[in-house]
Structure formats: C-alpha cells, structure tokens
Design a protein around this ligand. Structure first.
Ligand SMILES: [Zn+2]
Length: 297
C-alpha cells in the first residue's frame, strides 16, 4: 500500500500507540543487531553475547561484564534518526500517546520522546540495587573498572534486563494498558507474529499500520502496510519539523525535569478519554519467565 495512505491515517489519527521493533534500531546503527555481532563478541571474549548478558555472568565476573557493557553496548548504541524524530513530532502534535519497545538503546528517548515503555530496560537507567539511585550511561562509561553507587558504594546494576532475572510485570502491564487504549496501532520494524508484534492482540482500536523492512505473511492482519526503509517511509509519512531535533541537546535527566509537569498532565488526560480495563498480567509474562534480550523479535 502507498505511503500516502499511511500519511492520511497518521495525519487524521489522534490516539496512536507505537510498537517499535528491533529492525529500526539496526537501521540506526545499533551493533547488537548486526549479523556478525555474535561472532565478533565470541572471538574477543570467548563467550557468546547471551552468556555475558546474564545475571550469573554479571554476578561472577562483573569486570568482564562491564567491559562488554561499555564497549559493545553503550559505545555502539546508534543515533536517533528520522524515524525517532517523526515519532517525537507525533508526540508533540498530541497524536502519539506512547511507544512500546523491546530495544533498550533509548533512541526515541534520546530524540526527545517522553512516553516510552522499554520492556527490556533502558541504557540510561542504570541503578543502585541498594538505594535505587539512577545513573546515566555517561557515569558507567567514566567509572572503571566497576561502576559503584556514589552514595552507598554498591555495584550498580545495568539498565538492561539480564537473562535469568525477573521481568518487571508492572512495565508489561503499562505497555498492555497503552495498547488497549489506542485507536491506531503503529507497528514499526517488526511483524505481527514476533514477540513484540503479537502484543497487537491487546489492541481494540480501529486500524493497524505496519511499516517494516521485510514482508511477512501476518502483514495481512494490518490495515496499512509499507515495506522498505523504515526511517525513510516514516520521514515521508510524518516528517519532523526542524525545531523538533533541537531536543537532542537535552540529556535524559534534564529532559525528565523539563517535561515533568507536562507528563503528569497528559497522563491524567489519557485516563479521561475512555474507560480502561484493569489488567493483571500472569502466565506468559510471569515474573518467573526467563528472558533474553537476544530473543528473535
Ligand atoms: Zn546506592
């Protein structure tokens, strides 16, 4: 289908939620999703990335874990591009109510998006397990070899989910609530059968728009499908205004302070729009479920 149809839907829609898949992060230069990444890591560390990004490895060999986290995740986290700024523009225009993603690179957050639910964590939200103080990626990059809390001296936990750890069911519940409340679901960089894309089953709204780099048989469940370069398609369908990009100069902590007021207002506005189901997530998203950030999306 044509991009003009997507443009029409996004321009006329007012209650949009985005499922943001990993294919978009790959386009934006995040090395984790490069095809030869596993081979590259194994040749340097003698371990696979999924072995390293586990609670066992983090607890037993924290120096190596943090070397990997700095060199192979934080320093190769890509840059926001047209896609992220399109989403930011939609948020500024009051159309986009939230983004749900399995990527932890925070590209949309770095582009200025405020309401991002990161199912597998966020590299900018590293925290002290003892006193809960949060630390940015800059703090992790500059405190070697082990980044410790400057308040209590405890080893900081990375902002990303480690395999073997509990999944935060509250985050998943928040994601599902957003999807359920949306009128338009914008699925970017994943298909409707993936772990992320299959969350479309919680969608009760009018239209599903899908933009992806590859075709999939499940595309037929979407109302509007565009296949190609995801960032280029989004830029054409909903280009960001020039001043939208200026948000980049704010670091996440500064942005949070700057937008704290507007965030709480929009939250209460959302609740008034339509009644929401109260959701309790069990079974599939159980806290006991083992997870891996390297699962196919
Ligand atoms: Zn602490």
């Amino acid at each position: 289908m044509s991009i003009s149809y997507l443009k029409e839907i996004l321009t006329n829609g007012n209650n949009i939620v985005c499922l943001l898949g990993k294919a978009t992060a790959a386009e934006q230069g995040c090395d984790l999703y490069r095809e030869d990444f596993s081979y590259d890591v194994e040749s340097r560390y003698g371990r696979s990335p999924s072995e390293i990004v586990s609670s066992t490895f983090y607890n037993n060999r924290p120096e190596v874990f943090y070397e990997f986290y700095r060199e192979d995740i934080l320093k190769r986290s890509g840059e926001p591009d047209d896609l992220n700024y399109s989403l930011r523009q939609m948020e500024i225009d009051g159309k986009l109510k939230g983004i749900v993603t399995r990527s932890f690179f925070d590209l949309s957050g770095r582009a200025g998006c405020q309401n991002v639910v990161s199912l597998y964590g966020n590299i900018e939200k590293n925290s002290c397990p003892h006193c809960n103080k949060e630390f940015s990626s800059d703090y992790i990059l500059t405190h070697k070899p082990l980044p410790k809390c400057d308040e209590c001296g405890t080893l900081i936990h990375p902002g990303i989910a480690l395999s073997g750890e509990m999944l935060d069911s509250q985050v998943m519940t928040r994601a599902i609530e957003q999807i359920t409340a949306a009128d338009i679901l914008l699925v970017l960089g994943t298909d409707l059968q993936s772990r992320l894309g299959s969350m479309a089953k919680y969608f009760n709204g009018d239209r599903i728009c899908l933009v992806n780099s590859y075709s999939h048989y499940s595309d037929q469940a979407a109302d509007c499908v565009c296949i190609g370069n995801i960032s280029a398609i989004m830029h054409e369908a909903y280009p960001a205004e020039k001043n939208c990009r200026e948000d980049r100069r704010f670091r996440p902590a500064q942005r949070r302070r700057k937008f704290l007021g507007s965030l709480s207002r929009s939250d209460s506005d959302d609740k008034g729009d339509k009644p929401r189901r109260s959701l309790i997530v069990r079974d599939k998203f159980s806290a006991r479920r083992r997870l891996s950030i390297f699962d196919v999306d």
